[in-house]
Design a protein around this ligand. Structure first.
Ligand code: KIV
Ligand code: ZN
Length: 508
């Protein structure tokens, strides 16, 4: 008999914590809508005490998103728990996720609490959370490096105080499958309490987050915390698409299933990548551009004769539809709206106007418009007003260096710059720095082709850094230099609107 695994998505909380991934409220809502379509069981919407923006986003998601349980994070502090409870008030089903630390190194260096003080405060916070909702989750960070006897006491106390889900995080991504599975089996057999769900939350520092999560499920855990594309702190979190598809494809071995609508996976992956500006590596399992591409002649021949020779899942299982051309130059607004809705984007009228304008411009430059091209029209910057806009770009390049002539527009005023550089991108970025009067560090620049052919759009991702903050942005254009300039400008615009500073947590 198949047993169900609860999928707890934390893209909007832990995923959003990774450098450059911060999203505004509208962007978070778009992702939340897609997560609901994906049918995740629990959607962790944010950490309400961390900033007014996070509080508002959790509140809005609680008000509008139907389907998943909506969760919010809180430290073992009264004001955190109350803030989470407030933000979740209008959710039909809500969960407060109370967390502390479990290892001595965290207790001594971060929280400055004894084990006993930590346990008592955890009990108090869980009890308070229970006054807001019967669905309370408890986590102790860094469980893998914690004392096992203390872990049993801490989790048993949290369960006695009313926690119904006990989450075991490998916060630093230190464990390996055998050890982590054994830790979970230890806790499942020793923690006292009735009807508890054991959950796991694995980070990917050693590239083992999915493997560790699967080992934990084998050992009795029944909830996995994960993110779309595996985004998250440092090397990221357990990737939702990988763990879900591993359970589906190897049901014969594991005997476990999820309620995830796997055909929504590709859309979810692309939406998160488009909104955060964090590109998916081409060889990423399940959602990478090459995950279903066969390059060698022998493989191509095999797949041609029988797909199962080299494919262990159908591309359609994850909603990959061979990228059929649906729209062309003569397609109208209605067709565009319908197709974008099928791809997971519900646009209001002003957004549709802008997307249609961009679509017509793209159709003028590019013969075949694929779904991947359409998704580039949804980049958040195409619907954000008020920042710098590229009006004109002229570049010369060659063996003797490059020059860029740039005209920007902001608030009805034009700004111009003429610059030189060692190559065209260098010349453009020097000119943009001058015209926008900014001096951000270019942390990274990456370019890849969307679809194929010489008229394919170049997809550029830029990460800018300034005073410890990192912001990423992405732009696509059939001219890679225009895409490079726009991605840079979007990041500059983003940096300007990100006033929502996360609090520095220095202990409870
Ligand atoms: O990695 C971690 O320990 C966390 C907890 C807050 C669950 O994200
Ligand atoms: Zn985490």
């Amino acid at each position: 008999m198949e047993s169900k695994v609860i999928i707890f998505d934390t893209t909007l909380r832990d995923g959003e914590q990774c450098p450059g991934a911060s999203m505004n409220k509208a962007e978070k809502l778009k992702v939340a809508e897609q997560l609901a379509r994906l049918n995740v069981d629990v959607l962790e919407a944010g950490f309400p005490i961390s900033s007014p923006g996070d509080f508002e986003a959790v509140r809005e998601i609680s008000r509008t998103i139907k389907g998943p349980v909506i969760a919010a994070l809180a430290r073992i502090v009264e004001k955190d728990v109350d803030r989470a409870g407030e933000a979740l008030k209008s959710a039909a089903r809500r969960r407060i996720h109370v967390f502390t630390s479990a290892s001595d190194i965290h207790l001594e260096s971060i929280l400055r609490l004894s084990r006993q003080q930590n346990l008592e405060r955890s009990v108090k916070a869980v009890r308070l959370a229970r006054q807001w909702t019967p669905d309370v989750e408890f986590s102790g960070q860094d469980t893998v490096r914690a004392d096992r006897g203390y872990l049993v006491d801490l989790y048993s106390a949290a369960a006695a105080a009313g926690a119904t889900t006990l989450n075991v995080p490998d916060t630093v991504g230190y464990s390996v499958p055998e050890e982590f599975g054994e830790l979970i089996a230890h806790l499942v057999s020793r923690v006292k309490g009735e009807n508890l769900v054991f959950s796991v939350h694995c980070h990917n520092d050693l590239g083992l987050a999915v493997a560790n999560s699967l080992a934990a499920l084998k050992a009795g855990a029944r909830q996995v915390e994960c993110t779309i594309n595996g985004i998250g702190e440092r090397a990221g979190n357990c990737s939702l698409e990988e763990v879900v598809m591993a359970l589906k494809v190897r049901k014969d071995l594991l005997g476990l299933g999820t309620g995830v609508a796997t055909r929504e996976i590709t859309r979810a992956s692309r939406l998160v990548s488009t909104i955060t500006g964090i590109a998916v590596q081409p060889n990423k399992a399940i959602v990478g551009a090459n995950a279903f591409a066969h390059e060698s002649g022998i493989h191509q021949d095999g797949v041609f004769k029988n797909r199962q020779t080299y494919e262990i899942m159908e591309p359609s299982d994850i909603g990959l539809n061979d990228n059929v051309i649906k729209l062309g130059r003569r397609s109208g607004r209605h067709a565009l709206k319908k197709r974008l809705a099928q791809l997971g984007a519900q646009l209001d009228e002003p957004q549709l106007d802008r997307a249609y304008e961009a679509f017509v411009a793209l159709a003028d430059r590019k013969k075949d418009i694929y779904d991947d091209d359409l998704l580039t029209l949804l980049a958040p910057e195409s619907s954000e007003d008020g920042g710098f806009r590229l009006e004109e770009l002229a570049v010369t390049a060659g063996t003797h260096g490059s020059t860029a002539r740039i005209t920007l527009e902001k608030g009805g005023k034009q700004v111009k710059a003429l610059s030189e550089g060692t190559g065209p991108v260098d010349a453009i970025y020097r000119g943009l720095k001058e015209a926008t009067r900014t001096d951000y560090e270019l942390v990274s620049y990456a370019i890849q082709a969307i679809t194929s052919g010489t008229d394919a759009q170049g997809d550029v991702t830029v990460v800018l850094g300034h005073k410890g903050r990192r912001v990423s942005a992405r732009a696509a254009h059939t001219d890679v230099l225009v895409a490079s300039a726009e991605a840079y400008l979007f990041a500059v615009n983003r940096m300007a609107v990100l006033k929502d500073v996360r609090l520095e947590f220095k202990g409870v």
